[in-house]
Design a protein around this ligand. Structure first.
Ligand SMILES: Cc1ncc(COP(=O)(O)O)c(C=O)c1O
Length: 388
């Protein structure tokens, strides 16, 4: 196979491999030499979809052709999600405002294409979920990165927004966040959504880690409760443990339903039918899914106990998701080199912060505790032996 063509070249849009992917390749190469590596850089549950989901999809597969659905998804799923907004948050969301998508990633693409023209500016607080930065830029929209502070758990405040130079047209906030696991309080979420609504800034709330929340001190809240102009992005990838099913949803203002659905139709026709049938049942599998959350909580507590004594003692408050974002500047000047050292000396792979933040990511490392508890225990043990 040719590795380069003399006449054709790829566009510049694809030129953004993540550092974490390169390190994962390094880790796999180590495994081929017989080493046992623990992968704490992963951003997905280690469990599969709930048993009830598999069962429902098998049954549906036997009696239905599972053809295209409408572009905005199956009405039963829109209605079920609407009911869930009422049950979980006391929020009234018209089912017609819920668009089912290809994961949160698909929802974000539709939100960006559907709300902004080329050249408009969308603000992304640092650190951020890696994929969004390049996806936004690829669509011709300017991604305006801005600083947040450790005092605010690396989540944005109005003061951070006001420090941005020039006008912005949109703002993305993720709570619980990736890579931080930290959350914005309901009061702050309300403040941010109202601030944005007043100024004509489109507020996009990424709520993909909702459900994986540990502390009553920082409860989850949805932007759908505070602003009808906000776009809420969510997914079945995390709490529902269905990452590879590629299904998510978005809540949009009523006047965006038609343009967003028509974009979805033109781009990919509709979200996948088997995943939608599975998702409909996943919403009723809370008992099984809450057991995963309990495991994440146990895993988090193992890290909180084992890592600070060996130098990982400054991190954002891990109130949700399954990440611990640690400040490691005092341990090494460069987190990529630090992660390589950790891989080579402890056989543990973590994600360097550089993927999540170009300005201070070199001082941070993200540990994921989404895996099995014995693996998290063993990883902490290996790190302690290496650092101790
Ligand atoms: C904050 C955040 N948003 C969005 C996504 C994309 O998720 P999905 O699998 O639903 O496309 C991820 C994936 O890790 C994420 O961490």
């Amino acid at each position: 196979m040719a590795t380069r063509s003399p006449r054709f070249k790829p566009s510049h849009r694809g030129a953004h491999p993540s550092i974490a992917e390169k390190l994962a390749a390094k880790a796999r190469a180590r495994e081929e030499t017989g080493e046992n590596v623990l992968y704490l850089q992963v951003g997905q549950p280690s469990t599969g979809a709930p048993a009830g989901v598999i069962d429902a999809v098998n049954r549906a597969g036997a009696r239905s052709p599972m053809g295209y659905s409408g572009a905005a998804g199956m009405p039963e799923l829109q209605e079920r999600l609407s009911r869930q907004y009422r049950d979980l948050y006391g929020a009234e969301v018209d089912p017609a405002r819920i668009v089912i998508t290809f994961g949160a990633s698909g929802a974000m693409l539709l939100a960006i294409i559907g709300c902004f023209d080329v050249g408009q500016r969308v603000a992304l607080p640092q650190p951020f979920y890696y994929g969004y930065r390049h996806a936004i830029a690829t669509l011709g929209v300017e991604c305006v990165l801005f600083e947040t502070s450790m005092e605010n758990d690396l989540q944005p405040t109005i003061a951070d927004l006001e420090a941005i130079e020039g006008e912005i047209d949109g703002l993305i906030v993720a709570s619980p966040g990736n890579p931080t696991g930290s959350m914005v309080s309901p009061a702050r979420l309300k403040e941010l959504s109202e601030y944005c609504e007043k100024r004509g800034i489109r507020f996009i709330s990424d709520e993909i880690y909702h459900g994986i929340v540990f502390d009553d001190e920082k409860p989850q809240a949805t932007a759908a409760s505070y602003s009808d102009e906000a776009i809420v992005v969510n997914s079945f990838s995390k709490y529902y443990s269905m990452a590879g099913w590629r299904l998510g949803w978005m809540v949009v203002p009523d006047y965006l339903v038609e343009p967003v659905s028509s974009l979805a139709h033109n781009l990919y026709l509709c979200p996948p039918a088997p995943a939608q049938i599975g998702a409909l049942h996943a919403i009723d599998c809370r008992e099984e899914l809450d057991q995963h959350v309990e495991r994440y909580r146990r895993n988090r507590d193992i890290m909180l106990k084992g890592l600070p004594p060996v130098g990982f003692d400054r991190f954002t408050s891990p109130h949700g998701a399954f990440y611990l974002y640690c400040h490691v500047e005092h341990l090494h000047k460069d987190s990529v080199e630090f992660c390589v050292d950790m891989l080579e000396n402890a056989n543990v792979l973590a994600a360097p912060g550089s993927d999540f933040c170009p300005t201070s990511g070199q001082h941070y490392v993200r540990f994921s505790y989404a895996g099995a508890t014995d693996q998290v225990e063993e990883a902490v043990h290996r790190i302690a032996r290496w650092r101790g």
